[in-house]
Design a protein around this ligand. Structure first.
Ligand code: MN
Ligand code: MN
Length: 466
């Protein structure tokens, strides 16, 4: 009997896949992951919008010796360069030993996150309180964005062309802003609304002031006083809101979650968790075989359209420039290139198990997730990575002792989502989605496991090294 069990066990070990907890297998152990996430939390706090994430990335790249890309220059293997697209997207690269017709290694994450944007004419007064009207950006559950402190970020272009930077609600002593909700005593009728209408789009109005301008006979003097204060600090007028990009995001900072501090809690981890890990991997890649290209792109949350999104040509024009510089055929270069679409997946949530299929869900602290396809309704709107490319990537991860897992975004026909993968695959490049599992994705306070964050960094590094 005992012998039979041993043989059965041997057979099981040889034939059956076993889930691995990243705690038991992560290179450098939990300590390495904890240390890595200290820099990650700083990155999150510094870059709460795509523009701020670009600024922070340029700072990190410049410190690591990256120089602004210059088409007229001759680059040699090991040279590090970066290119900023309209302050909202960035490409960083390390020139490889092999020339461009052998292809490049792309890691592409996005740095836009769901948030509340101001409307073009946002300021109004109602019942002696001043408010901003908003239009939400990306997929949010609106009820999650009320009664939390919000900070204001963005740029305003004044009539003289001068650009004003705004960041208020992040530093000690700054005011914050807030959307109100009903008290339970008076919410009988609101409680009957379905959850997705609990708070409606036109109810996402941000309270920004309540003191009137000191002129008792004037109308709308709270609005005037609010605009006076904005003008005295930033020097622009109400009209200038029409030429602005102002985003409201949760004001709280990244924090450790749990008694063991094993989890990062923060706004905007989709997808700055993959942005930071891919960027650090790019920075730490010295003398790669193939040119490594890390892209932090914009507009993913609204479908990647627009000239800072991956559906545009900005990345492909850069690749074409690289090919020309090395006198390589651009089409050969694309066909030989490979890409990790660096994006998050939904971590299994034991409180809401019904939307997940346990055998194909990703789990917190089970390592970096390899997502073969995303999309919805029968794999619509996705690039489905080939068996061959899945083999190439997962064999690499196994060889480099990276803890990885598979992940599918929820049960079939429950919902779905997309990434930038298809916009790269459509150019004749092999792509697969790789990233971090997230709990409470798209909420104001998303959660990631530190072991997953670290293994994702190791995965991008192994890939970029070639
Ligand atoms: Mn994402
Ligand atoms: Mn997203």
């Amino acid at each position: 009997m005992k012998k039979e069990m041993t043989e059965a066990q041997k057979l099981a070990d040889a034939l059956l896949a076993k889930p691995v907890h990243a705690f038991d297998k992560t290179l450098g152990g939990a300590a390495g992951a904890m240390e890595f996430c200290e820099g990650y939390k700083e990155f999150l706090d510094a870059g709460k919008t795509e523009r701020e994430a670009v600024t922070k990335s340029v700072e990190l790249l410049a410190k690591a010796g990256y120089k602004k890309f210059d088409k007229s220059k001759k680059y040699k293997a090991g040279d590090k360069l970066y290119l900023v697209n309209r302050e909202k997207a960035i490409i960083a690269a390390t020139i490889g030993k092999k020339t461009a017709e052998h292809g490049v290694r792309l890691s592409i994450a996005h740095i836009d996150s769901p948030r509340l944007d101001l409307k073009p004419n946002p300021l109004y007064e109602s019942d002696e309180m001043a408010f901003f009207k908003t239009h939400y950006y990306g997929g949010i559950r609106k009820y999650q964005w009320v009664t939390i402190p919000l900070s204001m970020h963005g740029v305003v272009v004044k009539s003289n062309g001068e650009k004003v930077q705004i960041r208020i609600g992040e530093d000690a002593g700054d005011p914050v802003f807030c959307i109100t909700d009903l008290l339970p005593h008076l919410s009988q009728e609101q409680n009957k609304r379905p959850l997705n209408e609990g708070i409606k789009g036109e109810e996402l109005n941000i309270l920004i002031g309540s003191f009137p301008f000191d002129a008792p006979d004037m109308k709308e003097r709270v609005k005037l006083e609010t605009m006076r204060l904005i003008n005295s600090k930033y020097g622009f007028t109400e009209h200038d809101f029409t030429r602005a990009e102002i985003e409201f995001v949760p004001a709280f900072k990244a924090a450790d979650v749990g008694f063991d501090a094993s989890i990062v809690g923060a706004y905007g981890q989709d997808d700055r968790v993959c942005a930071y890990t891919a960027l650090m991997a790019e920075i730490d890649t010295k003398a790669p075989q193939y040119t490594s290209v890390c892209v932090l792109t914009d507009k993913e949350e609204t479908g990647s359209d627009g000239n800072t999104g991956l559906a545009s040509d900005y990345l492909f024009h850069f690749l074409e420039d690289l090919a020309e510089m090395q006198k390589a055929n651009y089409r050969d270069m694309l066909a030989a290139s490979t890409c990790l679409s660096a994006d998050v997946n939904a971590a299994f949530d034991p409180t809401f198990p019904d939307v997940f299929e346990r055998n194909n869900a990703s789990y917190l602290n089970h390592g970096v997730v390899v997502t073969k396809y995303t999309g919805s309704r029968g794999k619509g709107g996705t690039s489905d990575a080939s068996a061959e490319f899945m083999g190439e990537i997962t064999n690499l991860f196994d060889k480099e002792k990276i803890v990885w897992q598979v992940g599918e975004l929820g049960k079939v026909d429950i919902g779905g989502g997309g990434t930038i993968a298809m916009f790269v695959a459509n150019r004749n490049i092999d792509v697969v989605d790789v990233g971090v599992p997230v709990l409470s994705m798209h909420s104001p306070f998303e959660l990631t496991g530190k072991l997953d964050v670290y293994n994702t960094y190791l995965a991008f590094k192994a890939f970029a090294k070639g």
